[in-house]
Ligand binder design. Structure first.
Ligand code: URA
Ligand code: CA
Length: 440
């Protein structure tokens, strides 16, 4: 077999066999297939696509390129969720403890944030002394005993994805549905998930700008999950607007603590999306039979405080100082808190998620490059959301600032993010569509 022939087939819009894909991927990982050959193949896939079977084969071959976490000793379904990345999207820290408190098992590996998009690992690490690195043994122990572990991705899991992603990043080949779908699903399956709920975002703050692109990605991932025996559901959610009101790591953890303490309206977008994903995870894990039963379990877990306690226990188990659960100000203490005014009045027509995410990033809440360091306590709290009325002299947001360097720029972006109108916008559901493995 020769790499050149395999690449040529994909260039000619033919499907590659499993053996051919294996030859390329394994050869690339062990250095026998050159970077330029893998790059050419990735570009051919980007232009000509892959069949469902090729996509499944690629996913399985990527999983087999490294370690897999086996959670077989836990004789129940292990559930995971994945979001394609958003702004003010702290759903994992809300729904994972809820699912655990209701009797589900959540086993989740997460990543760090990049650009305007936040990462769950950074939000957890805003707790003093907390370390999200877990070896396989600790991961399994926490899933078994606490029903919940959220930890950092390890280098040994799906090494083929890391190597291929690094090439994609610099060869304009990230933007391919089969490549994104196999990249995401390989990591979920390698981490031991039986149940996978995917939150695929669309809009200007998301990876996929249009509903159609998001739907195609969601369908590709659900099909991979189905073909590989995982109960997979995807929801499409709107990321034209930030989901919650807090953007920044400590601020978002505080928002999650507030949510689990029943201090956030259940009809807010953040709670709607979080609770819907939790319901789906409970149903697919066979903890609840119906949405109503799942909702009752969730209500009880919130009211009794057991869901909040799950998050606190996770932070404790990861070595964190949990004083911030009693005093959330510890998470958001900054030198300055600066209100942002618009100098106009009207109903908020839209809040540009990308601009808000970029403004928070400028203040030090996020990274431009993977190696940048971040400030856990800085960020933005939105005081007004779509549909709210802004009176003259009312602030629309608060900037939490330590370093004064980029305040003006950040303030300008936040102001630009708000569009006002004289009529009130209809509130649309944040969940646009659900794609279930049983119906695809
Ligand atoms: N996220 C991933 O994990 N992989 C991709 O290819 C794109 C986004
Ligand atoms: Ca096959």
């Amino acid at each position: 077999m020769r790499a050149v022939d395999i690449i040529g087939k994909k260039r000619n819009k033919e499907a590659n066999t499993e053996a051919e894909i294996r030859f390329l991927v394994n050869g690339f990982v062990n250095g026998e297939v050159a970077d330029y050959q893998m790059s050419a193949y990735l570009m051919a896939v980007c232009l000509n696509g892959m069949t469902e079977e090729e996509t499944e084969d690629l996913t399985r071959i990527m999983i087999e390129s490294g370690d897999v976490i086996k959670l077989d000793k836990i004789p129940f379904k292990k559930a995971d969720k994945h979001s394609t990345g958003g702004v003010a999207d702290t759903t994992t820290l809300i729904l994972a403890p809820i699912v655990a408190a209701c009797g589900g098992y959540v086993a989740k590996l997460s990543g760090k944030g990049l650009g305007a998009t936040g990462g769950t690992i950074d939000k957890l690490e805003s707790v003093k002394n907390l370390d999200t690195q877990c070896d396989g043994e600790k991961f399994e122990r926490l899933v078994s005993e606490l029903h919940l572990c959220v930890a950092s991705q390890t280098a040994s899991l799906v090494p083929a994805d890391k190597l291929m992603y690094a090439l994609r990043d610099v060869t304009a080949t990230v933007d391919s549905i089969p490549l994104i779908a196999s990249s995401i699903m390989s990591k979920k399956i390698a981490a031991g998930a039986d149940v996978i709920v995917l939150d695929v975002k669309f809009g200007n703050g998301a990876f996929m700008k249009t509903v159609d692109e998001a739907e195609a990605l969601a369908a590709a991932m659900v099909k991979i999950g189905k073909r590989m025996g995982r109960k997979t559901v995807a929801i499409l959610t709107d990321m034209n607007e930030p989901l919650g009101t807090a953007v920044g790591n400590g601020l978002e953890l505080k928002e999650a603590i507030d949510a689990l303490s029943c201090r956030i309206d259940k009809n807010s977008k953040l709670m709607q999306v979080s609770l819907f994903i939790a319901e789906q995870m409970l149903i697919l894990s066979d903890v609840a039979k119906t949405e109503e039963e799942a909702q009752n379990l969730i209500d009880e877990a919130l009211k009794s405080g057991t869901a909040l306690n799950k998050l606190k226990s996770l932070c404790e188990a990861l070595g964190g100082d949990t004083a911030c659960f009693e005093n959330t100000d510890l998470l958001t203490k900054t030198e300055k808190q600066i209100p942002v005014y618009l100098n106009k009045t009207g109903y908020v027509e839209s809040v540009d998620a990308l601009k808000i995410g970029n403004a928070a990033c400028l203040l030090g809440a996020g990274r431009q490059k993977k190696t940048d360091s971040i400030d856990y306590s800085v960020g933005i709290v939105l005081l007004k959301q779509k549909g709210d009325y802004v009176k003259l002299g009312e602030a629309v947001a608060t900037l939490y600032v330590n370093d004064e360097k980029h305040i003006k720029e950040a303030e300008k972006l936040v102001k630009e993010a708000f569009a006002l109108n004289c009529t009130k916008q209809e509130h649309k559901s944040s969940i646009y569509k659900v794609i279930n493995f049983e119906k695809i």
